[in-house]
Design a protein around this ligand. Sequence first.
Ligand SMILES: *[C@@H]1O[C@H](CO)[C@@H](O)[C@H](O)[C@H]1NC(C)=O
Ligand SMILES: *[C@@H]1O[C@H](CO)[C@@H](O)[C@H](O)[C@H]1NC(C)=O
Ligand SMILES: *[C@@H]1O[C@H](CO)[C@@H](O)[C@H](O)[C@H]1NC(C)=O
Ligand SMILES: *[C@@H]1O[C@H](CO)[C@@H](O)[C@H](O)[C@H]1NC(C)=O
Length: 230
Amino acid sequence: MFDNRTHVENNQSDNKNARLILNPQSKLWYVYDKNCKTQHIQRKISLLIIVTIVVVLVIIIIPIIVTNRQNKKGQQTLTTTFSGIESASSIITLTETISRCNVTSCRERIQKSIAQNWTYDTVNFTECNSCSRATYPNFPSDWSTRWYDMNFLIYTSESSDCAGNPYIGNVEFCQYACLKDITCIGFSRAKAALDNSSSAGCYLKKNINLDKVYNHDIWYTIIFRRYDID
Ligand SMILES: *[C@@H]1O[C@H](CO)[C@@H](O)[C@H](O)[C@H]1NC(C)=O
Ligand SMILES: *[C@@H]1O[C@H](CO)[C@@H](O)[C@H](O)[C@H]1NC(C)=O
Ligand SMILES: *[C@@H]1O[C@H](CO)[C@@H](O)[C@H](O)[C@H]1NC(C)=O
Ligand SMILES: *[C@@H]1O[C@H](CO)[C@@H](O)[C@H](O)[C@H]1NC(C)=O
């Protein structure tokens, strides 16, 4: 060690700026001279080159990584959106199924109340969920669109007629009479009678037996559509 120092000190003649430095931590002697400085500069340059390479790599690689990640994110978002659309469609389908007015159950519930002379508001009837609201003594007003004219007569017979025939009144009156009778599916009426004629007779029917149904010159039948056609 000391020899080295001597050697270095001897070299001082060649290099006036050379110094011997003791690193207090490692307790080792180091030569510090101009050559060293040059080496330092060379090291600095090497370091600079390495740093530059690293920086360039980072500049190139980071955007690639970020882009990849964004792509992945994009895919995830897309996937999420698609499953979102799927759930949305299922919810819509579900809502459609749930929100359809069950005309049969609502009508039965209203018929019962009317038969008992009980006032009602259909918002209180679970049977009338999603049906348009009606209060005593009415049925939901949009059910007026459920009536269809059929060009046939259902002949009068015990098996096809409801109780109380004939009902005398305009079409609206007969429709209401039919809705109130739990067995009624429609009524036959004279073709010549005006809808607003209060003196025309309606024959309420409880079923359509094919052997009792005929096309007729004078009579037609108005049928209440209980089910939605999908
Ligand atoms: C409507 O309600 C009746 C009972 O009131 C039930 O038998 C029928 O299945 C229901 N219809 C639908 C489509 O839910
Ligand atoms: C409902 O009221 C009518 C008269 O408005 C009456 O003739 C009928 O008996 C009543 N029905 C019941 C179940 O109370
Ligand atoms: C409907 O139910 C509410 C309470 O839920 C009640 O206050 C109201 O009187 C009911 N309406 C009819 C017409 O029964
Ligand atoms: C019945 O309706 C016809 C048109 O369809 C009209 O000319 C007539 O005045 C109406 N009669 C009554 C009593 O409202």
